[in-house]
Design a protein around this ligand. Structure first.
Ligand SMILES: *[C@@H]1O[C@H](CO)[C@@H](O)[C@H](O)[C@H]1NC(C)=O
Ligand SMILES: *[C@@H]1O[C@H](CO)[C@@H](O)[C@H](O)[C@H]1NC(C)=O
Length: 363
């Protein structure tokens, strides 16, 4: 009888199939949401809404490899690390917070990332006139948290956030601000004082996020930013700038220690740290193994190493983006963002400490 019932009505069968697909899809997402805080490496369009910012990418040739060649505000020829990470988790890319214009944020997460943003409030203004600093992004996260409490109730919001990932990508711009010509902060602080200031500011803000219920943090260190085209062109030999790389590693050391300390004083908190610096150096050294033939010059830009000007419609761009490490004067190609996302998600302890994202999702 039961067999005839199920096989007998096509509608029932379809409903069975549907229910099965839905349950599989739901089970597939390894976290309910991804909240992104960061800079241009993960900006998916917030800066399009900042009237004063000169860090913009919502015009060609950005997005040349995006569906329909669409420039979106991503500082990339295609997708960035936030897109790839969301995909791996089984979620849509978290949309730009400012694009929501007051609407209820999707339950699968939001992105506060802003090109030019720093850990320190003043960084974005120094470099690009306007950006959403880490502190401001945490303020926005607080707004989203309050909406979640309204939607799901306090315990519902807590359960949701405790399983969600927070992707936090910061630090490069603070160093660009420190080492730029005519830097005011370099007159005020020694590099070591600046490291301490960055790390302690970061810690206070991570504690705020923890207080709001965040439990799973994915934090990236600063990369070998002295090797990006805009820095290399300042070295006569075309090699990396040594000082900014050195202080980036010093900062990363401080960051790693801070995260360890924070975990030990924050019950239930876990993190996955990505050694962006190490991964970049490894990529430069073994670039041919990974299929990259051009490691110095930006794909899109103007002049020396295509790093005299950003990627705009007036710039030239390379025919093969897959063999370039850098898309423009600061940013990696989509291909490198994808490679690094693989490492972040499931890479070994060579670059992911103490655990990778796959393991972080399982705790
Ligand atoms: C940084 O900006 C935030 C607002 O986003 C403010 O609350 C905080 O006091 C500022 N921090 C410093 C050190 O000025
Ligand atoms: C330029 O590159 C060379 C070779 O790596 C390095 O020894 C030198 O310190 C670099 N110069 C600067 C200003 O970073």
């Amino acid at each position: 009888m039961a067999i005839t019932d199920c096989g007998g009505t096509r509608a029932t069968l379809l409903m069975c199939v549907f229910a099965f697909i839905i349950s599989v899809c739901k089970a597939h997402a390894a976290a309910p949401a991804v909240y992104v805080l960061g800079d241009s490496l993960v900006d998916v369009g917030n800066n399009n809404y900042l009237p004063l910012s000169i860090a913009k990418a919502n015009f060609p040739h950005n997005g040349v490899d995006f569906p329909n060649h669409k420039p979106t505000g991503r500082f990339s020829n295609g997708e960035n690390a936030a897109d790839f990470l969301a995909k791996k988790i089984g979620l849509p890319t978290s949309p730009a917070y400012l694009s929501l214009i007051g609407a209820t944020p999707p339950i699968t997460g939001v992105s506060f990332a802003s090109g030019g943003a720093g850990i320190l409030n003043e960084t974005g203004g120094f470099l690009f006139k306007q950006a959403i600093s880490l502190a401001q992004q945490v303020d926005y996260f607080t707004v989203v948290h309050d909406k979640l409490v309204h939607q799901l109730g306090p315990s519902g919001a807590q359960a949701h956030l405790s399983k969600s990932l927070l992707l936090i990508v910061f630090g490069s711009n603070d160093w660009f601000a420190y080492f730029r010509v005519g830097s005011i902060v370099a007159k005020q602080y020694t590099p070591q004082q600046y490291v301490d200031r960055m790390v302690s500011t970061f810690k206070v803000l991570l504690k705020t996020l923890y207080g709001l219920g965040a439990r799973k943090l994915v934090v990236t260190g600063v990369g070998a930013i002295g090797c990006c085209p805009i820095q290399r062109k300042e070295n006569r030999t075309g090699e990396c700038k040594v000082e900014i790389n050195y202080w980036s590693t010093k900062y990363n050391d401080g960051l790693k220690m801070m995260l360890q300390g924070l975990k030990s004083e924050s019950p239930g908190m876990n993190y996955a740290y990505f050694d962006t610096y190490g991964a970049m150096i490894n990529l430069f050294q073994n670039h041919e193994t990974y299929g990259y033939t051009e490691i110095k010059e930006a794909c899109c830009g103007v002049g020396n190493l295509n790093a005299d000007a950003p990627c705009t419609p007036l710039a030239i761009y390379c025919p093969n983006r897959k063999n370039h490490i850098f898309w423009d004067l600061y940013h990696p190609t989509e291909s490198v963002a994808s490679l690094f996302s693989d490492l972040i998600y499931s890479g070994s302890q060579q670059f992911m400490v103490p655990i990778n994202v796959e393991q972080l999702l399982a705790v």
